[in-house]
Design a protein around this ligand. Structure first.
Ligand SMILES: C[S@@+](CC[C@H](N)C(=O)[O-])C[C@H]1O[C@@H](n2cnc3c(N)ncnc32)[C@H](O)[C@@H]1O
Length: 212
């Protein structure tokens, strides 16, 4: 069993500025741990987490891989970028962080080069006006059906994933995971299945695993 990354360097003040790991984060960690063998044999060169928050997921992924791979993260909250770097350092993992919207600053340079992609997006159903902050609200505000940020990323997946690439995407029931999977198949020819699902309070959370 791979331990959860040490987050003891983070304070309640940090969690006023960045998302504190919660059930959704841990579901993503469980999906990565469940796929440990597959991920190790993939020998990924470049891993990317979009919306890294505390950096917990990427730090964990680096431990799952037991090997150096370029660990890259993006977040539009600059506190998240700083804290992600600190979490990596605290756990002996080098993480390169980029403050940008989704993958804007790294495309097209990393076109079809991402071997492992993770995103625990802002998925909560909110009014559209709440989407687009660069503060803590960006952690959850997902707009209509909680899909507004997710839908900005979906058309880019085929352009991001390497031929052997895998994408772990957290969704909740309200985001209509089956519809997302159908869209990815029809529009980009990508395969997918639900790798894990769990109830967390009133939320039904899913990890959708997407690949060529
Ligand atoms: C639900 S939190 C997840 C944080 C962390 N990955 C975890 O699992 O604990 C969503 C993260 O996505 C970031 N985010 C939201 N919209 C984004 C966007 N358009 N581009 C980049 N990051 C974004 C937020 O700032 C936040 O850090």
């Amino acid at each position: 069993m791979i331990p959860t990354p040490d987050l003891s360097h983070l304070t309640s003040e940090d969690y006023e500025k960045v998302y504190e790991p919660a059930e959704d984060t841990f579901l993503l960690l469980d999906a990565l741990e469940q796929d440990q063998q597959q991920l190790q044999s993939l020998q990924p060169s470049i891993c990317l987490e979009i919306g890294s928050g505390s950096g917990c997921v990427t730090t964990f992924l680096a431990k799952v891989l037991h090997q150096p791979a370029l660990c890259l993260t993006t977040d539009l909250n600059h506190h998240a970028c700083q804290i992600t770097k600190r979490t990596g350092m605290q756990n002996g993992v080098a993480i390169d962080t980029v403050r940008t919207n989704l993958v804007d600053a790294i495309m097209p340079r990393l076109k079809q080069k991402i071997d492992v992609l993770c995103f625990n997006p802002p998925y909560v159903v909110t009014p559209t006006e709440e989407v687009g902050s660069v503060g803590i609200e960006a952690s959850w505000a997902g707009g209509v059906d909680g899909r507004e940020v997710i839908d900005q990323l979906l058309p880019l997946i085929s352009d991001l994933l390497s031929p052997k690439g895998i994408f772990y995407l957290l969704l909740i029931h309200e985001n209509r995971p089956l519809e997302v999977m159908k869209m990815l198949k029809e529009q980009q020819g990508l395969s997918s299945h639900i790798a894990l699902e769990r109830r967390a309070g009133r939320e039904r959370q899913y990890i959708v695993k997407i690949y060529r």
